[in-house]
Design a protein around this ligand. Structure first.
Ligand SMILES: Nc1ncnc2c1ncn2[C@@H]1O[C@H](COP(=O)(O)OP(=O)(O)OP(=O)(O)O)[C@@H](O)[C@H]1O
Ligand SMILES: [Mg+2]
Length: 353
C-alpha cells in the first residue's frame, strides 16, 4: 500500500554562490503541505539550483532549508525525505520497468518480494499496470516518464521534486502527462515542487506559481493572480504575451483608476496604482477592433494572419505597435485600413511604470 505523506517546505534567506558567482542572493519561500508549487522562470534564473538544494544535491552558502518542519540544510541527499524526477528520466536501461521502480525500495531495505509488489502498485498508479516486464527501450517517451514518476512516488517522500519532467515529450504527450501528474498529486495529496520554463504548463498544473528572475522571486501567487494581476512588465510578458503601453493615471476613484493613453481615456481597476506615469499590460485578446475611425484609440492595420479560430493583427497606434488576437474570423480587416481600438474588461492590468 502506497502511503503518501505531505511535508511543508521552507527556505529562509537561502543564498547560493558558485565561486565568485551568486546564483541565488536571498531566497525565502514557504510551500504548504499537499500543494503543487511551480518554480517558473527563464533559463539560468536558478530553478534547478533551488531544486537541487531541496534534494540535498547542493548545499546553501547561507540560510536554512526546512522540510516537514525539520532543518535539513546540511543533511545529505539520502537522509532527506524527498525524491526527484529528473528531466532525463535516468532509468536503468538494462532493467525492466518494475525493477527500475523496485530498485530504490530494495536499497532502502525492503525485501525483493515486497519491493516488487510495491513497484507493481506504483506502475498501476501511473497507468502502466501489466507493463512492468518491459525494458525502457520498449516503452514510449511518455511511458518512460511515468515509470520515472512511479519510481519517485513509491519511496513515499514528504516532497516530490520534478525538474522539467515533460521536456522530452512532444506537445500532445506533454498535455497528457502533465494532466496525469496533476491528477495523481491531487488524488494522493503529496507536496510537489515542479520546475518548468513553460508558462502554459505552470498555469495548468499549479496551486501556486513562483516566478523567478536572476535568483530572486519576481512574483508569486495563484495562476489566475499572476495572469490577471501581474505586478511588473516582466511578469505580464512572461505569463503569456502582453502589450505594455505607457499611460498616465490621472485620478483614482474608489477601486477604479482613470487613465490617459494619448488622447484616449479609460477606467481600469486601480489595484495599488498611484497618480502619475504608469504602464498598462494588455493581453492580445483584450483589445476589440472595429472598422474605421470611431471613439477609442486610433489605429492602422499593419499586418494580419489567419490562424483558423482567430486572426492575429499588428496594429500601429500613437503608443506603439500592438499585437492583437481577434476571434472574429469572418471579418478580416484589410492591411492599411483604419481601425479603432477599445479595451475589454478582462486582461488589462496597471503595472508600475
Ligand atoms: N555548478 C555550478 N557552477 C557554476 N555556476 C553554476 C553551477 N550550477 C549553476 N550555475 C549557474 O547558476 C545559475 C542558475 O542555474 P540553474 O541551473 O539553477 O538555472 P535554471 O533556472 O535551472 O535554468 P534552465 O531553465 O536553463 O535549466 C546559472 O547562471 C548557472 O550558470
Ligand atoms: Mg534547470
Amino acid at each position: 500500500m502506497i502511503n503518501q505523506k505531505a511535508g511543508s517546505v521552507v527556505f529562509q534567506n537561502v543564498r547560493k554562490t558558485f565561486g565568485a558567482f551568486t546564483a541565488i542572493a536571498d531566497l525565502s519561500l514557504t510551500i504548504e503541505p499537499g500543494t503543487l508549487v511551480t518554480l517558473l522562470g527563464p533559463s539560468g534564473c536558478g530553478k534547478t539550483t533551488t531544486l537541487r538544494m531541496l534534494a540535498g544535491l547542493e548545499h546553501p552558502s547561507a540560510g536554512k532549508i526546512l522540510i516537514g518542519g525539520k532543518d535539513v540544510t546540511m543533511l545529505p541527499a539520502n537522509e532527506r525525505d524527498v525524491s526527484m524526477v529528473f528531466q532525463s528520466y535516468a532509468l536503468f536501461p538494462h532493467m525492466n520497468a518494475r525493477d527500475n521502480v523496485a530498485y530504490g525500495l530494495e536499497s532502502s531495505g525492503l525485501s525483493r518480494k515486497e519491493a516488487r509488489e510495491k513497484a507493481e502498485e506504483g506502475l498501476a498508479l501511473v497507468g502502466l499496470a501489466g507493463m512492468g516486464h518491459r525494458l525502457p527501450a520498449e516503452l514510449s517517451g511518455g511511458q518512460q516518464q511515468r515509470v520515472a514518476v512511479a519510481r519517485a512516488l513509491v519511496l513515499e517522500p514528504q516532497v516530490l521534486l520534478l525538474d522539467e519532467p515533460l521536456s522530452n515529450l512532444d506537445a500532445r504527450l506533454r498535455r497528457k502527462v502533465r494532466t496525469d501528474i496533476r491528477q495523481l498529486q491531487q488524488r494522493l495529496g503529496f507536496t510537489a515542487v515542479y520546475v518548468t520554463h513553460d508558462q502554459d504548463e505552470a498555469l495548468a498544473v499549479s496551486d501556486r506559481i513562483i516566478v523567478m528572475k536572476d535568483g530572486e522571486i519576481a512574483q508569486s501567487g495563484a495562476p489566475r493572480d499572476l495572469y490577471e494581476a501581474p505586478a511588473s512588465a516582466f511578469i505580464a510578458d512572461f505569463m503569456g504575451e502582453a502589450n505594455v503601453i505607457p499611460c498616465e493615471v490621472v485620478g483614482i476613484d474608489g477601486g477604479d483608476a482613470e487613465i490617459r493613453i494619448g488622447s484616449f481615456r479609460h477606467r481600469v481597476p486601480a489595484g495599488a496604482a498611484t497618480p502619475g506615469a504608469a504602464s498598462l499590460a494588455v493581453r492580445p485578446g483584450a483589445i476589440a477592433l472595429s472598422e474605421g475611425r470611431g471613439q477609442g484609440l486610433a489605429g492602422r492595420i499593419l499586418h494580419s494572419a489567419y490562424l483558423g479560430d482567430h486572426v492575429e493583427y499588428e496594429v500601429e497606434t500613437d503608443v506603439g505597435t500592438l499585437f492583437i488576437v481577434d476571434h472574429a474570423v469572418d471579418r478580416i480587416l484589410p492591411v492599411a485600413s483604419d481601425t479603432t481600438l477599445g479595451f475589454r474588461s478582462r486582461g488589462i492590468a496597471l503595472i508600475s511604470a
